[in-house]
Design a protein around this ligand. Structure first.
Ligand code: HEC
Ligand code: HEC
Length: 416
């Protein structure tokens, strides 16, 4: 009896193929079922669109092997080191393991290992001439689009666009923060959607929530709530076209295009416009005694740091912010987003220990969206010439927290 069960399990484990089977037999029994399966392949854990293991499988064993061989995805000397097997064994360690994909991966790996080994043992198959380029089994879209649709790329963009803006949502949505815990008791766990890390937060948003509307990205709750177009417990936190709205919307638009297959050629991809990395902070900046005609308009501050060595202002801004001026209170105040050039020492330091601004001399350029251009076209650029109302210099210690704002009197912001 015992013996019978053991041999049965071996048969099931190998799905009916055994050592010495021809590549063709192994292909039909093990690879074709992967091709015909309606389930996504393990690749989709990281390649969010435009790439699937199925893209590499052609109707016959011979064609599939030659196609992989010609693309350098098979190591004929050491089949076990084939690149296609490396791709199959890649796992996303930043997320909670997906058990279904893990099982799929294991099956793909066994099937491809066995089939590639059988192919590599077939001398006549190895020696066959190259396929024509148009015969290769490849993802349909150009490689630039395959690369753009990777989860690690999307996460990088998430950090820049959403994570860096989290202090605009104060701590109401920060899981574990007392402000959030209080609101959770009233409104449920859905309030705590900013998790400990960018990666957990993105997984949460893209997981079971309904915060993103794939059909109409501009109607996503992630935008309509802070705009208070859908009644929001936190009130109006975004103005159409402000930096927070633009950042959230950019990321949401990109994600829905990736998912919807809207990118067809490399020129459709969003262009990298900012060569600085952004970080959110709890450093507050305030302008007091704002003139009446700034009242209730969107005001943007762009801050530059003095470079002692250079004896001049740094070329690139170090912080930005924007928000409506409180006309009645003659005040403008908000947290700033700080920025460091990509690849700079400052960027490396901030990534390690968190962003800080050194005490010293700073300059602020103030722009006002007088005509409400941004509310008309959400991704419009504020025209420097027509919207700049003045520049002011100040000294600052930049201590974090609402109680320790860096402040400048509007009388010191002049248009020279
Ligand atoms: C854990 C995440 C992850 C999984 C799962 C994954 N990949 Fe990738 N893939 C990446 C990353 C990251 C890169 C870019 C860096 C690199 O080439 O190693 C990449 C690059 C590639 C490239 C090279 C494209 C280029 O830029 O030239 C191909 C082809 C590819 N993957 C195919 C696959 C296939 C096929 C699968 C499934 C069998 C798969 N990948 C599974 C993360 C993943
Ligand atoms: C003062 C506290 C507060 C601030 C600040 C705040 N919110 Fe909220 N938000 C709430 C509360 C309370 C709820 C739950 C009630 C509701 O759905 O409106 C909520 C709900 C939400 C929801 C719906 C969550 C879900 O899963 O249903 C989204 C999305 C949201 N807020 C986005 C934002 C964004 C983006 C910001 C910052 C730009 C922000 N909120 C700032 C208090 C706040």
């Amino acid at each position: 009896m015992h013996h019978f069960f053991i041999s049965l399990s071996i048969i099931v484990g190998y799905a009916g193929t055994g050592a010495g089977d021809s590549p063709k037999v192994v292909f039909e029994k093990r690879i074709l079922p992967i091709f015909k399966s309606p389930n996504p392949s393990s690749c989709t854990e990281c390649h969010l669109a435009n790439l699937d293991l199925k893209n590499y499988i052609l109707p016959t064993s011979e064609k599939t092997f030659l196609s992989l061989r010609d693309q350098g995805l098979v190591d004929m000397k050491e089949p076990g080191k084939s690149k296609i097997l490396k791709f199959i064994s890649m796992k996303d360690n930043s997320s909670k393991p997906d058990l279904i994909l893990a099982k799929t991966r294991e099956e793909e790996f066994k099937a491809f290992s066995e089939w590639i080994k059988a192919c590599c043992e077939d001398e006549s198959l190895r020696a066959m001439p190259k396929l024509k380029i148009e015969e290769l089994g490849l993802p349909e879209k150009p490689i630039a689009i395959v690369r753009h649709a990777r989860k690690d790329r999307l996460l990088e963009s998430f950090e820049q666009n959403i994570w860096a803006m989290r202090f605009r949502c104060m701590n109401c949505h920060t899981a574990g923060h007392p402000d959030s815990i209080k609101l959770q008791k009233e409104h449920g766990d859905r309030v705590a959607w900013f998790k400990k890390t960018p990666s957990e937060t993105m997984d949460h948003i893209l997981g079971k929530t309904k915060l993103i509307d794939l059909e109409s990205p501009e109607k996503s709750l992630l935008l309509l709530k802070p705009l208070n177009e859908v009644k929001h417990g936190g009130g109006k936190k975004f103005i159409m076209g402000d930096l927070g709205y633009q950042a959230f919307r950019n990321w949401i638009e990109d994600y829905t295009r990736i998912r919807g297959g809207a990118y067809k050629t490399a020129s459709d991809l969003p262009r990298e416009i900012n060569n600085q990395t952004q970080f959110g902070t709890e450093l507050w900046f305030k302008i007091t005694n704002t003139p009446a005609d700034w009242g209730d308009k969107l005001l943007r501050t762009t801050i530059y740091m003095w470079d002692e060595k250079l004896g001049d202002w740094e070329k690139a801004p170090i912080a930005v912010s924007d928000r409506l001026v409180w006309g009645k209170g003659k005040t403008w105040q908000h947290t700033v987003t700080v920025m460091a050039s990509k690849g700079s020492e400052r960027e490396t330091a901030w990534k390690k220990t968190g962003p800080t601004l050194l005490p010293g001399k700073y300059k602020v350029v103030v722009q006002i969206d007088k005509d409400g251009d941004l509310t008309k076209v959400w991704n419009a650029k504020l025209d420097e010439k027509t919207t700049t109302v003045g520049t002011g210099e100040f000294r600052a210690n930049w201590r974090p927290g609402y109680g320790q704002m860096t402040s400048i009197d509007a009388a010191n912001i002049t248009s020279k």
